[in-house]
Design a protein. Sequence first.
Length: 373
Amino acid sequence: MAIDLSKMSKLGFGLMRLPQKDGQIDLERVCNMVDRYMEAGFNYFDTAYVYHGGRSEVAAREAIVKRYPRESFMLATKLPIWELHELSDRDRIFNEQKERAGVDYFDFYLLHSVENGNIDAYEKLDCFNWGLQKKAAGEIKHLGFSFHGSPELLAEVLYKHPEMEFVQIQMNYADMKNPVVQSGRIHKILADQNIPMIIMEPVKGGTLANLIPEMQDIFKKVRPDKSIASWALRFVGSQPGVMTILSGMSDEAQMEDNLGTFTDFEPFSAEEKAAVEKVTELMTSAKLIGCTSCRYCTDGCPMKICIPDAFRAINTLRLYENDDFRPKAYYNGIASLGGRAKDCIACGQCESVCPQHLPIIELLKEAAEILDK
């Protein structure tokens, strides 16, 4: 059954960065945000086995599945290869996901974070054919994968597995020419083959919503009525082949801003494209660390280092060379709750799970030299 694009929401609700209270997901606020999102006419929710330490799928059950008719929304989740050790683990995790989410089927199911370092494991455990079997049984409506590998690997996977119906990729204006992420080349491969795309990290973990004044001014001169975050979302929404754009909305203000962007969506004009190019040039010259704060690296860190927060402080210092008080104060506050950059033991756990393929160990050495003096 082909994907009915007419029923797809342009804006998807990512359940990766939900609001929290006392260290737990704030379910009351999540329910209110879900209600607002559904009332606005949108219906696509994205979760995963590992989000919020395994609690995201449960939040989906409580805030969505129990409160809305099953046919009124679309729910997507993902199979994590790093949790699989033998063939039986596929069904074990899938059944756990159905129980967590309280559903009999998932509308969209993805092999999570296919990349150069794990594709052999996905093939060895026959996960592509396993997914097709689940689809034939009616437990999956549409099968695809999320991708963080090279353009060459993407072309290879698509050639070997033409049965894949969609691909979820990272894309934003800062990463189109990024030599590591290569969003531009990856997007072209999918667009040329007419494969529908779901977009993750359109605002690059919030980075593109919090630009320095010089960059903001470029946008405000063109569209003073639009938020900075909306520029990132509209850039992605203006690209061919994009089916749904995920936003990990963590508060009501983000929700309202995004709904305003995607209700009566406006594609980019030539003037707006030129403005984005100017901002991208400034970002490239600043050489920012390409961290999206997904926090995959923090869960397994034996020293409990808040790695994304250390990188956020370094990026702030790179942008504001003459103001080191605020980023250092921010870092010290975060580090007081866990480990510091200097505590890194170079075990490599973080680098093995980083979707951005960052040299985290070396970057932490730099952070330690600057922030831990």
